[in-house]
Write a new protein. Structure first.
Length: 318
């Protein structure tokens, strides 16, 4: 059994879902919950120095040290990701952090075009890999240390329709929405509680499920989860609707990441303090209407109309 498989077996022995119990993560603090600060130039000089990088490389699997080094030193070489996502995230936000936690929704192949492999293999972060397709499970267990949850995941557990396979697998919505297969998805909060991770800071949530992202995220309990950064595929969506959704949950659109052929791929949303917004106001007066138009009554509107937001609106349970 290789190193990754032994580590995976050790953390999955005691529960139906793998239990992550070794080591400690920092407790949730107010500053941690509300902000993810960029790495300063001075900090980067320290974290990319041989004194920090060399011990990390010695601990990394030998087969992956070349790619680990590229990201850890900020070299002009690619890591594991399709569009330099791991490089961008480490250099700008996570340099030097070796006690992180990631959630990877739609892991698929554990190494190929992976946004989480670097954080697992090169930094030793804990992770949870959600991958419902059985054909990938052996490779994930053999090459990664993440706790494998072999189900689809939603904000709340539900039976869903699914379609597609491999990298094109997607959740079509609640059961009966036209998918070819039926599947029981787990709920995010309950799953993290079963893994002894309730209340732990989640440094990175990466999700790539071929346009099914709103079905997974729309009822995600963001107020219960201390998620610092979300990396999400956006090449098939109206970005205004996605921006509005994440703004409502206290995230800003920090970066657009493109493939090397200059086509859209992902966006990076970073946790910041929520905006202070007007509370319920009185109906518009004649003066208000004359001066400010007062479309829709003049109240502050947190969500767009459903025809505009489509699946990216407020949580609605069928």
């Amino acid at each position: 059994m290789n190193h990754a498989a032994m580590h995976h077996a050790a953390i999955t022995a005691s529960l139906n879902y793998p239990s992550v119990t070794n080591g400690e993560l920092p407790p949730v603090s107010r500053s941690h919950r509300h902000s993810l600060e960029p790495v300063s130039d001075g900090a980067w000089q320290r974290f990319s120095s041989p004194a920090v990088v060399d011990p990390l490389l010695r601990r990394a699997p030998k087969a992956h040290r070349h790619r680990c080094e590229a990201v850890l030193r900020g070299l002009n070489r690619r890591g594991f990701s399709q569009a330099w996502q791991d490089w961008i995230l480490y250099r700008n936000f996570f340099a030097g952090q070796t006690n992180g936690l990631y959630l990877d929704i739609g892991t698929n192949d554990p190494l190929r075009i992976s946004n989480s492999a670097f954080f697992d293999l090169c930094l030793g972060w804990r992770g949870v890999c959600f991958e419902p397709q059985e054909r990938f499970h052996a490779a994930i267990r053999g090459n990664r240390s993440c706790a494998l949850v072999p189900r689809c995941v939603l904000g709340q557990a539900a039976n869903v329709s699914t379609a597609g396979t491999d990298g094109h697998f997607r959740v079509r919505g609640r059961r009966g929405n036209g998918g070819s297969e039926q599947m029981q998805c787990v709920g995010m909060a309950e799953t993290l509680a079963g893994l002894d991770l309730r209340g732990r800071p989640i440094d990175l949530l990466t999700i790539d499920i071929e346009g099914s992202e709103p079905h997974v995220l729309s009822c995600m309990p963001f107020d219960e989860l201390d998620i610092r950064a979300v990396l999400i595929e956006t090449n098939k969506v109206d970005l205004r609707a996605v921006d509005a959704f994440f703004h409502q949950h206290g995230f800003v659109n920090y970066a657009t990441l493109m493939q090397t052929d200059s086509t859209w791929l992902d966006n990076l949303y970073v946790k910041r303090p929520k905006l202070v917004v007007p509370e319920e106001s009185e109906e518009c007066s004649a003066e208000d209407r004359a001066l400010t138009d007062c479309h829709g009554g003049g109240h502050w509107q947190p969500w767009a109309l459903k025809p505009l937001s489509k699946e990216w609106g407020r949580c609605q349970i069928d």
